[in-house]
Design a binder for this molecule. Structure first.
Ligand SMILES: NC(=O)NCCC[C@H](N)C(=O)O
Length: 253
């Protein structure tokens, strides 16, 4: 059974960072119930989950994907591009180490957020220009090249993270809402979707795609392509520039 790391939202969630959008009030109780529904969707589709212990002082800690990049048997622990988020990494590292992963670190002067890394087979696209810097990309390449990964930097300026702009379908097609993709030609294959949140899918296996309720037309498009959308409402996390990908770290091996 595949496993996903998750991290329960804390009481300060509403104070999470916003960079590219206007701040809107977050309903904490609704966020808690949406988080539970996200976790339930993982369980329903055959995933087991492991909780990283919550860290109450960090409002953005629920976005656990940003703390690491996992490929093969190695977890590279990120060094967040936003100072406020750096304390999130330690407990995430302990949790993934307990799952049997070898550990490496992004170190000063490197910065990297897991949300900037999109893996498509052995290609690892890394968004550079926001939270992730050149040194972060180089360190990631040094860590994963020995495992056969081809680490490629791609520009990200219009949105928070690379995976706020693009993710990939099970056949490797990169999908994105074009007005927010800096350079669609950076990807081996690219297909546009009609909504911003339609660019965000988590591959659940067996052609199921976890996606947000805010992208109904994209869900229809994916259903027409033969995929099965599994839809969750994550409105309270979207107010903090979060998407379905960032609420878990999928451990696929
Ligand atoms: N991987 C992601 O998309 N993470 C979302 C992080 C949102 C959070 N408010 C932040 O600005 O860091």
């Amino acid at each position: 059974m595949p496993t996903a790391l998750i991290r329960r939202p804390g009481p300060r969630l509403a104070e999470g960072l916003v960079t590219h959008i206007e701040r809107r009030p977050v309903d904490i109780a609704l966020a808690a119930s949406q988080w539970q529904q996200y976790v339930d969707a993982l369980h329903r589709t055959g995933w087991s989950t492991v909780e990283v212990p919550p860290i109450e002082e960090c409002p953005d800690s629920v976005f656990v994907e940003d703390t690491m990049v996992v490929y093969g048997d190695l977890a590279v622990i990120a060094r967040a591009g936003a100072n406020e988020r750096r304390p999130e990494a330690a407990a995430a590292e302990e949790t993934v180490a307990k799952q049997g992963y070898r550990i490496a670190h992004i170190t000063d002067p490197g910065t990297l957020d897991g949300g900037d890394v999109l893996k498509v087979g052995s290609t690892m696209y890394v968004g550079q220009g926001g939270r992730t810097n050149t040194a972060g990309v180089e360190q990631l390449r040094a860590a994963f090249a020995p495992l056969g990964a081809d680490v490629r930097a791609v520009p990200v300026r219009k949105v928070l993270h690379l995976k706020s702009a693009v993710t990939a379908l099970p056949d490797g097609t990169v999908i994105g809402y074009e007005p927010l993709v800096d350079d669609p030609s950076a990807f081996d294959s690219f297909r546009s979707v009609p909504e911003e949140a339609g660019a965000h899918v988590v591959l659940l296996g067996e052609d199921r795609l976890l996606m947000a309720a805010s992208a109904p037309r994209s869900a229809e498009l994916f259903a027409d392509l033969g995929y099965t959308p599994v839809v969750v409402d994550i409105s309270e996390f979207e107010k903090l520039e979060g998407c379905v990908t960032c609420l878990s770290v999928r451990l696929r091996q």
